[in-house]
Design a protein around this ligand. Sequence first.
Ligand code: SF4
Ligand code: SF4
Length: 378
Amino acid sequence: MEYREFGTSIDWGPSALGFGAMRLPTDDGDVDRERTIRMIRTAIDRGVNYVDTAWPYHDGESERVVGEALDDGYRDQVNLATKMPSWELETRADLDEYFEKQLDRLGTDHVECYLLHALNHEYWETYQGIDIFEWIEDRQAAGDIDHIGFSFHDDRDLFEEIVDAYDWDFCQIQYNYLDQEYQAGRAGLEYAAERGLGVVIMEPLRGGMLATDLPDPVREAFEAADADRSPVEWALQWLWDQPEVSTVLSGMSTLEQVRENVEIAANSGVGQFSTDDHTIVERARERFEELMAVDCTGCDYCTPCPTGVEIPRNFDLYNRIEMGDDPNAIVAEYEDMDESARADACVACGECEPACPQHLEIISLLEETHERIQSASA
Ligand code: SF4
Ligand code: SF4
């Protein structure tokens, strides 16, 4: 697998593919530890050297199971990345408290990569009020953190302001062929790379939307190509063809996905895409945009809902109807859901909306979702 440079001064060469531990396999709601450990170790055995987790993933279980997966000699083979829960912070002491707990969960005494999680206007202001740069310098001087970065969910102006505010090693942005103008976007990618930051890509498959069950118009756009690639391969190679991209994080949930992604990564690199290939992806993007109802990535940051509404699942059903899935099957799936999980169980408490990195108006979109599914059953 290719190892890509992070800027010009960093020589730690993250692998083109990173393992994102945010959508791990579960069993009765709990992380399936055995399957997860096997997946992470298989990825590392095949060349992945970047493993990414965060405080809230799987309610903390992700950090713990990643720590277990890195026992038995695997820890030394990876750049381990985790993230400070920005939304939990009030004082500088909180930084130390969360960081120490994370090291404990991960079973390590340092991390190669540490990110301020999900920066937006509000969290950026919080960090500035608690001397974040001094804290970073102290932790780096103590050898607790090698490389410092941030993940980002807000507008491009803020992205550029944050890039310019500190001597970051890297950043993490949402970017895929549907999200070229969204948040940091393509312009943000170039901005960061020009200033020497490595750029880690999250949501390369937009929560799976670009991977499976493509709507007919999108599938037909790809079938018109000379190149024979799977949808996942189109989406990932499109990213790896861009020299500004350092590492593409994939939130893998099965061993099969690990094997498929590793195989694609093994053939990745700048120059793999022809002009025609770029035209094909552009057509697929246009077809998607014509069809999509809700810009939900399935990230789950909005859950759990106190009344039990399965927010991303409802939006997925809505999108699938608009993209041409069998409406009867969608209606049946909706009716099979627990009543408290359906869109119309929302009591508009408003708890979920501030957590959504896509800034979706979840309450009104849930109403719309319910109405659309009801009309499909008529
Ligand atoms: S606004 Fe609706 S979906 Fe959101 S947390 Fe409250 S009840 Fe749940
Ligand atoms: S509604 Fe927002 S927070 Fe919830 S899964 Fe979708 S994108 Fe993520």
